[in-house]
Design a protein around this ligand. Structure first.
Ligand code: CDP
Length: 217
């Protein structure tokens, strides 16, 4: 039977890396829900309006956010624009948690996410997957790591993309986003009691993938 696998956790815990590899091994679809909120944030910046709640909701309501599965790769589209790379800029990262706090934005994204998971065979990562999007998921994992390690991982990822931001700045940004995501009113980042806690501090990627595969077994 094809399962649904929910992976939640704070910024930079390695959710997308792990979820992608696990989905590949299982022959499942990988759904990056953070990318969907990022696509809305990207559009707000692209339009260039003041990012007020009203403007953000107005843009989100009109925007067609879509994940397209092209072979093994997932591409993120905002209307007809492929935004897969442009949703990873520091500017989008700085705005995304504000976008993700808004009820109408979340309602629209969650509906799309549930539709994509309806037939099972998905690994979905985010903040509220086990607690809200897929409360009946077969496997629930809460992935985390120390803030120092998460900042280092993010620094390496950004460096590979040509950004050289001080690690202290990235750590502060991650801490601020974790706080906003955990304290927001609607669907905050939480570990549901039944989720298996995986602290990946000091763990190589392959080991984490192995552990998750065991839990999916
Ligand atoms: O990759 P990173 O951990 O930096 O973040 P992401 O997974 O791309 O998510 C970006 C932001 O979207 C998060 O900081 C949350 O504010 C929001 N988000 C959310 O609210 N709910 C989700 N299911 C996924 C992401």
């Amino acid at each position: 039977m094809k399962k649904t696998v929910a992976i939640d956790g704070p910024a930079g815990a390695g959710k997308s890396t792990i979820a992608k590899l696990v989905a590949e091994k299982l022959g499942y679809i990988y759904i990056d829900t953070g990318a969907m909120y990022r696509a809305v944030a990207w559009k707000v910046l692209d339009v260039g309006v003041e990012p007020t709640d009203g403007n953000i909701v107005g843009i989100a309501e009109k925007l067609d956010v879509r994940l397209r599965f092209i072979g093994d790769a997932v591409r993120v589209f905002a209307d007809d624009t492929d935004v897969t790379d442009s949703i990873r800029t520091p500017q989008v990262t700085a705005l995304v948690s504000k976008v993700a706090q808004l009820g109408p934005v979340r309602a629209k994204m969650v509906e799309l996410q549930r539709k994509m998971a309806a037939d099972g065979g998905v690994v979905m990562d985010g903040r509220d997957i086990a607690s809200n999007v897929l409360p009946n998921a077969d496997v629930k994992i809460f992935l985390t790591a120390s803030i120092g390690e998460r900042a280092l991982r993010r620094w390496k990822e950004m460096k590979a993309k040509g950004y050289d931001e001080p690690i202290e700045k990235l750590e502060a940004e991650i801490a601020a986003r974790d706080k906003a995501d955990s304290e927001r009113e609607i669907s905050p980042l939480v570990r549901v009691p039944e989720a298996v806690l995986l602290d990946t501090t000091g763990m190589p990627i392959e080991r984490v993938v192995e552990k998750v595969m065991e839990l999916c077994g």
